[in-house]
Design a protein around this ligand. Structure first.
Ligand SMILES: [Zn+2]
Length: 429
């Protein structure tokens, strides 16, 4: 596009600055807390009212029967589509509408959308209502400047990303909304910083390990077999062999922060023996030898590893403990697995957004990979759509924090990037 075309597009965004702020504030003021999944319908209806007058055809789709879906907390989603004047490709902006719990430490109203020093505060401002608002403004400005564009623009607001995305993008992908036949480019405006292109994420493997023992009177532990001591042996083996080995496994994926550029594992929980007494219970514990101990592990893995290798490593460790320890028995239960994904650097959505970043900021973007997963996993695996990235305003570290905010200038800049990318993908010149 020539320079004058560009400046017309940028002006169309600049003149919407106040509207962008108001739109973000409105979205923050709809408290879409998840769990449990509050006010999804309200958020979808708000987006419906916003997008319909712009010529978008909208569909409100409930993820019936998905985890958490109920009459009280229905999992509503919206997909809005606007076809251009000619056939062409479809660019889809996908934003999750849910936000995580508020937590402590706020100095502003988490659902107030207060503006201070060029920032909009509130739960979900950064993750990711600011990104959603920026994509809407980008689409509006683009449509105004290029009313005769080819192809289609889609904007979706989806449920439950913060709890796995099963009532949101996974459900929609299963219904066929993210197939390569229907959608050719996907941009997820998660808060990855306005000058970075996020290509994908590491993999996840969650499992529960249980060690078994025999219950007995605590005064005669030799008559029983303590499951917690068996689990202690597992933990010790992890400290001695597994954690050092994971630290040696580095990846070519450009994961940020850099500490996540290797395999990692978190021990998510550890339970053994009697259940914790209820709050307010004043009695003593009974003297028993624990017959069961459980540990949940959260292993994040690399594109260079496979899920089988990751599982095999744990099985091998448990077998090693078994060979060294009398009466050791265990059970391993897999809880959740997500494959790592990374879109190619030369995929069309990557190169278009990269060129737009270069134009707006005068330098090439940084390419990054997220340490944790987001909805790209469902678009990639269920939708089989691999031309997908995360790109949006906001500082990743602020997500889920108290006094979360999004910078107004950052939203305006990233809206320019999104509108330029639309221009490249949906207009001939
Ligand atoms: Zn998010």
């Amino acid at each position: 596009m020539d320079h004058s075309g560009q400046s017309v597009l940028f002006e169309a965004i600049e003149k919407r600055r106040d509207d962008l702020v108001a739109l973000t504030q409105d979205l923050i003021r709809i408290p879409t807390l998840n769990p449990p999944g509050e006010a999804y319908l309200e958020a979808c209806e708000y987006l419906d009212r916003r997008l319909k007058p712009l010529g978008f055809e909208t569909q409100l789709i409930r993820g019936f029967g998905t985890p958490g879906d109920s009459e009280k907390y229905p999992r509503w989603n919206i997909i809005a589509r606007r076809d251009g004047a000619h056939p062409g490709q479809c660019v889809h902006f996908n934003s999750h509408i849910d936000v995580v719990e508020v937590g402590h430490g706020w100095t502003t109203d988490p659902f107030g959308g207060e503006v201070k020093d060029g920032k909009i505060y509130g739960r979900g401002s950064c993750d990711m209502k600011g990104g959603l608002a920026a994509s809407i403004i980008a689409a509006e400005a683009f449509i105004e400047v290029h009313p005769d564009y080819a192809g289609a623009i889609e904007i979706s607001g989806t449920a439950d990303e913060e709890t796995g995305g099963y009532g949101g993008v996974a459900y929609l992908a299963e219904q066929g909304y993210f197939t390569p036949e229907r959608v050719q480019h996907v941009i997820i405006p998660e808060p990855l910083n306005k000058d970075r292109v996020c290509l994908g994420h590491r993999g996840v493997w969650w499992a529960e390990i249980e060690t078994r023992g025999h219950i007995a009177h605590g005064s005669m532990p030799f008559l029983g077999d303590c499951a917690v001591r068996h689990m202690g042996a597992v933990l010790s083996e992890m400290e001695q062999s597994l954690f050092p080995a994971l630290a040696q496994k580095h990846t070519a994926m450009p994961v940020v922060p850099e500490g996540a550029r290797q395999s990692t594992m978190n021990i998510n929980s550890f339970h053994g023996g009697m259940a914790e007494p209820e709050e307010g219970f004043t009695g003593f514990p009974a003297a028993v030898v624990p017959d069961s101990a459980r540990m949940v592990i959260d292993r994040r893995y690399l594109i260079e590893e496979s899920a089988d290798e990751v599982k095999g490593e744990i099985v091998e460790l448990l077998e090693r403990v078994k060979s060294q320890r009398e009466n050791f028995s265990y059970e391993l239960k897999e809880l959740w697995q997500v494959s790592p994904t990374m879109t190619d650097h030369d995929a069309p959505v990557v190169t278009s957004v990269a060129r737009a970043v270069q134009t707006v900021f005068g330098r090439a973007p940084d390419y990054v990979v997220s340490p944790g997963t987001y909805d790209q996993k469902h678009i990639d695996r269920i939708g089989r759509m691999h031309n997908c990235i995360a790109y949006g305003p906001g500082i990743l570290d602020l997500a889920h924090q108290p006094d979360e905010y999004v910078g107004i200038d950052d939203m305006v800049d990233s809206a320019k990037v999104m509108a330029l990318a639309l221009t490249e993908l949906l207009t001939a010149s």
